[in-house]
Structure formats: C-alpha cells, structure tokens
Design a protein around this ligand. Structure first.
Ligand SMILES: NC(=O)C1=CN([C@@H]2O[C@H](COP(=O)(O)OP(=O)(O)OC[C@H]3O[C@@H](n4cnc5c(N)ncnc54)[C@H](O)[C@@H]3O)[C@@H](O)[C@H]2O)C=CC1
Ligand SMILES: O=C(O)C1=N[C@H](C(=O)O)C[C@H](O)C1
Length: 266
C-alpha cells in the first residue's frame, strides 16, 4: 500500500491527539507536518506529550501545504479555522478530511464547488464513529414510519458549536424522507424562550452540555401508543478513529466532496 502523507490541524486538541496517535501506528500513514496555533517553526517532538513524534509545526496553512505538499489534511480544530484550512487545502490540491463541525450548508456548498473545480476528493464527516453513522441511518429508516421525531444531543461542556454536526446531519437525513411538518400542538407557546429547542425543517433539536459527557445522541420517535428511541454513545475519542482511518484511505480515491460517512459505509 502506498504511503499517505498527512498534515493534522489541531494536533494538541482532544481529537487531534488521537489522530496523531492513529497516524503514528498506521503503517501506510506518515505524519508530514502539523498546523497549530502556536510553536510556528518548531517540531512536534518538542511539545509536551509528543516526545519522539517528529513533525514540523506551521501556523500558516498555505505555507505548510506549499512546502510540505501532503496528500491529505485532517482538520480537527474550530469551525472558523476548519473552514479556512479546508479551503486552502483544496486550493493547494490537498485532500481535506474534515472532522471539525459547525459548517453551514453554504460552507459545504462552497467547498463542494472548489473540490469539483480541482477534481480532487474531500470528506466532511460530522461524526466518524461507526455506531453514530448507524444511528443516523436507522433514524432515517424509522422516520418513514414515525414522522414525529425530536433529537437530543448531549456533549461535554467544552464544545463550541450547537447543535452538534451529528444532530444537524441526522435532521437532514430524516427530512429527506418525511414531508415537512410542524410538530406539537399548533397553538403551543414557549413561556420560556428556547423551551422547544432549535428546529431544522420542523425537527426539534435539543443540545445538552455537561462536564463528564463525551458525545451522545438520542433520536426519539413518537407514534400512536408507542415510542422508539435510537441512542448512540461515544465513551472515548478512540471511537472516532476507525472512521478517520477509513476517510483518509477513501479520500485518496475520490474526485468530489462527500458530506457524511453514510455515503462511504454502505
Ligand atoms: N467528526 C467527528 O467524529 C468529531 C468531530 N469533532 C469536532 O472536532 C473539532 C475539535 O474537537 P476537539 O478536539 O474536542 O476540540 P479541542 O478544543 O480539544 O481541539 C481543537 C484544537 O484546535 C486548535 N486550533 C484552533 N484554531 C486553530 C488554528 N487556527 N490552527 C491550528 N489549530 C487550531 C486548538 O488549539 C485546539 O488544540 C470540533 O469541531 C468538534 O466538534 C469532535 C469529535 C468527533
Ligand atoms: O465536539 C465533539 O466532541 C463532537 N463533535 C461532533 C459533532 O458535533 O457532532 C461529533 C461528536 O458528536 C463529538
């Protein structure tokens, strides 16, 4: 198998650390460089917690891609940085695998157009965990029979974006198979603003943020005299890594942008 040269943006973050470790232990992956907010010009090996892992550090994505010419960028940063990095990567012919969430439909459309112009692959994956992909697929299946649904996503309290990328993606998949409808009583009123949550195409989404949590989601369907709950839990960030590995391998064979691993995991 040919070696895939990878740049990781956000290596010191919770997900970035796992990704560095994944690349280190995968024979056909090579950590070519990292993009970090600090330590420009330094080496990852000199950063606490990365002893023995040699990779040049860049704060400027464009300069990194120009000098390193990697095959793939794995971005695990913040919504603002992730959008910028993905766009610069595509402009330099580097295939982005974006785990960072908080992208709007317009962001995804812009990156899709750019990937098409460049004729190279890109993946935006709101969730890399296989169980989460299945949860979303099962939810889409169930929505054909249970059109009334609410999503509750629960995450650690350091998360920047709400609702989660996974919750938005779940709502998008559900709205593909059910007609738009207003749920609840037609005359319902919130006596406390936000009580009924955010809505995506009429689907309420509720975001919980608490210390101690990692990443969890329930999709609750209500029907006549019955309810169906589909739940997924990530108890650690290693749960996302098989999806990161698959995405890096797959993006090398793509010529367009894929949004969501449900298109890859059949
Ligand atoms: N797709 C998936 O399966 C998953 C996605 N995520 C997403 O991944 C992203 C990162 O999550 P965490 O690791 O928990 O966050 P974190 O806050 O632990 O890490 C983010 C890292 O990005 C770095 N960063 C910020 N701006 C930067 C810039 N301009 N250049 C380089 N580095 C920069 C920060 O210094 C930090 O080290 C979030 O958007 C989160 O929603 C998280 C878990 C799973
Ligand atoms: O920030 C996180 O932690 C996670 N973010 C992703 C999301 O927004 O859906 C994926 C997972 O839920 C963990």
């Amino acid at each position: 198998m040919e070696t895939i040269r990878i740049v990781i943006a956000g290596p010191r973050g919770r997900m970035g650390r796992e990704a560095v470790s994944l690349v280190q232990k995968t024979d056909h992956f090579q950590l070519a460089a990292v993009i970090d907010r600090k330590n420009d010009g330094g080496n990852l090996a000199d950063v606490e917690g990365f002893s023995g892992i040699h990779a040049p550090i860049y704060t400027d994505a464009a300069r990194c891609f120009e000098e390193i010419k990697p095959d793939v960028l794995i971005d695990l940063t913040t919504p603002e940085a992730g959008k910028k990095h993905a766009e610069i990567a595509l402009r330099y012919g580097v295939r982005p695998v974006v785990g960072t969430t908080g992208f709007t439909d317009e962001d995804i459309q812009r990156l899709t157009t750019l990937a098409e112009e460049k004729g190279i692959g890109a993946i935006i994956a709101p969730n890399f965990a296989i169980g989460a992909i299945l949860m979303m697929k099962f939810a889409q299946m169930a929505a054909k029979y249970f059109p009334d649904v609410e999503i509750i996503e629960l995450h650690h309290d350091q998360k920047l974006d709400a609702p989660s990328g996974t919750a938005v993606k779940t709502a998008q998949l559900i709205s593909m198979v059910r007609p738009t409808k207003k749920q609840g009583h037609p005359d319902e009123k919130e006596t406390l603003a936000g009580a009924r949550g955010a809505t995506y195409d009429g689907i309420p989404i509720h975001s919980v943020r608490l210390p101690g949590l990692i990443a969890h989601q329930e999709v609750i369907f209500g029907g006549n005299g019955q309810a169906l709950t589909i739940r997924h839990d990530s108890f650690n960030r290693a749960s996302f890594m098989s999806g990161v590995k698959l995405s890096v391998e797959t993006v090398m064979k793509l010529h367009t942008l894929v949004y969501g691993l449900e298109h890859i995991i059949e």
